[in-house]
Design a protein around this ligand. Sequence first.
Ligand code: NAD
Length: 373
Amino acid sequence: MLIAIVAERTASETRVAATPETVRKIIALGHQVVVEEGAGLRAAVSDKDYADAGATVLASRADVLANADILLKIRPLDVHEIDEIRAGAAVISLLNPYSNPLLPRMAEKNLSAFAMELLPRTTRAQSMDILSSQNNIAGYRAVLLATQYYPRFMPMLMTAAGTVKPARVLILGVGVAGLQAIATAKRLGAVVEAFDVRPATKEQVESLGAKFVEVPMTDEEKAANDGVYAREMSEDYRRRQSELVDKHARQADIIITTALIPGKPAPRLIEAATVEAMRSGSVIIDLAAESGGNVAQTRPGEVVVTGNGVSVVGTLNLPGLIAADASNLFARNLLTFLQLMLTKEGFSINLDDDLLAATLVTHEGAVRFGASA
Ligand code: NAD
């Protein structure tokens, strides 16, 4: 099989879908790898590194795609990539399946496309779970990003010139990113509080030494949120949540929001009035900026400084700020997933495998997202 890697076209995308380590492993399994020139440069991988690992490096993207049996990618394919790729190839990538207008075009091209966002969150899938590996990085980087805008110390300091109070950090949404943000902020010496709609997160927050902000829930509301993903909540719950979050947010120095609901716009957790009541110099990092944001003032890709001096940071693609390690983990996730299908002789898609069935969004000329997800 010929496995292809292209340079990502999105300007803010610095990651690459294969590294010399994964290229070597694919070749050791008896396959070939072709890489577009410059594909790894922003992730600290040179063309020579790929060539030394055994890949063929080609200058033209069209040449890379024309003979590809399997394309590994970070971002969804654009129209040019769909036009240039060999009809009938397989694609393994993030594909934004909930709102990707190009899925029908990919089906017309007879691509077998796997959307890694749809991977079930099961124990067997953990080593292939791109959302986890990348959100973990985003949570860590969000805290470091906050320190860039925050004009004070994070830890408590006792100096000859007096005592400095520790920063109060509030984390909203305690999935993979939120947990890593808690751990990172604690390591830097901040006092950390966190909140999530899923009651199961309380124990996780407390085990990291942070305080859980608890919105009282009815038994029905608890039962609705006992899965791995959050559900959209009732008007009444949202009002109670908003009052409590508002109270804690006004006292916070740094807020990191990570709340997402798969396939839906990000829930609004912080209203404009709350931000306007925060003290000057406070910082909000909105990790949900790409899905509309958790904060009223968030502008995706921008840093908004409000009239009262609060920085609302909507920087996108935080894993891309740690491009080398983010690519290392992403590439390993993809390779492990690819190995579900690679055989010595070639490649076969077994739809009895729940991980393949859940992620395959176009196949045999049809869009199958919805039927299986
Ligand atoms: P996510 O990125 O989908 O969402 C981030 C967090 O936002 C979630 O914890 C969610 O509950 C929370 N949220 C949503 N709406 C909210 C609101 N209105 N207010 C406050 N918080 C809100 O989450 P994720 O990081 O992808 O993790 C989702 C789940 O998957 C977690 O339970 C995680 O532990 C689990 N998981 C399991 C495995 C595995 O077993 N293989 C691997 C990874 C993650």
